[in-house]
Design a protein around this ligand. Structure first.
Ligand code: SAH
Ligand code: MG
Length: 220
């Protein structure tokens, strides 16, 4: 089995930094280390919920390449609530003028192409709960970075956490235990607590708002 590299390739890091998105560098490096570790240990797919323009996907793709597996990334590409026109995280560059709605798929495709990592990613365009329902195998890592309402976060947890293999990782972004730090709500924090309370997951590391948990028990 492939050894786990500690850090992404320099070209990957450059492509990551150039990509639009919401993943700070330090948290991205922690995500990469988790993904490379899981890929090397289990050789199973690395799955992301919340592609947006591919910023974090680039890191998962590099980890997949380095460890001989594949990254799968799921998004309907129409944006989360807080990314819609008029909201704080809206970017008018990712609106499809013909349709009049957000479409992050073209920017994602460009970013992945520029990173030279297209062949290491399977992009699934669809709603997370629907995709989770037809998904039929274990994965080495699930990275939850999708919608931030309780409904979305709960669906992502209930839909995807069951697919994490024994010894695999559940990574959750935007975990803010203190409501003062909150910028998109505390739903990710609540699913993080639920994962710990389930007894199925044990915390491995915390880097700013990124939490890495390992499956050490059954169920969710
Ligand atoms: N990982 C990205 C940021 C993701 S932003 C980065 O590193 O920059 C959150 C994304 O989740 C948005 O693109 C939004 O379209 C997607 N999303 C929100 N709810 C979703 C759902 N129910 N199904 C699929 N994708 C969803
Ligand atoms: Mg996020």
């Amino acid at each position: 089995m492939a050894a786990a590299p500690a850090a992404p390739e320099p070209e990957t890091l450059a492509a990551f930094e150039a990509a639009k998105g919401f993943m700070p560098v330090q948290e991205g490096l922690a995500l990469y280390a988790a993904a490379a570790g899981a890929g090397a240990a289990l050789g199973l797919p690395l799955l992301e919920v919340g592609t947006y323009c591919g910023r974090s996907t680039i890191l998962l793709a590099d980890a997949a390449r380095a460890t001989g597996t594949v990254a799968v990334t799921v998004d309907h590409h129409r944006g989360s609530e807080e990314q819609q026109p008029g909201w704080d995280y809206h970017d008018p560059e990712v609106v499809d003028p013909e349709v009049g709605r957000m479409d992050t798929l073209p920017a994602f495709r460009r970013a992945l192409h520029n990173a030279g990592l297209e062949e290491h990613v399977i992009a699934v365009v669809g709603r997370s709960p629907q995709v989770a329902k037809v998904w039929g195998r274990e994965v080495g890592l699930v990275f939850i970075d999708g919608g931030h309402t309780d409904e979305h976060a709960t669906n992502d947890y209930e839909g995807w956490a069951p697919h994490v293999a024994e010894g695999g990782l559940l990574v959750i972004h935007d975990v803010f235990p203190d409501p003062v730090d909150e910028w998109t709500g505390q739903a990710p924090y609540r699913i993080y607590l639920r994962a710990l309370e389930s007894g199925a997951f044990t915390e491995v590391s915390a880097t700013d708002s990124l939490r890495v948990l390992r499956r050490t028990g059954r169920g969710i």
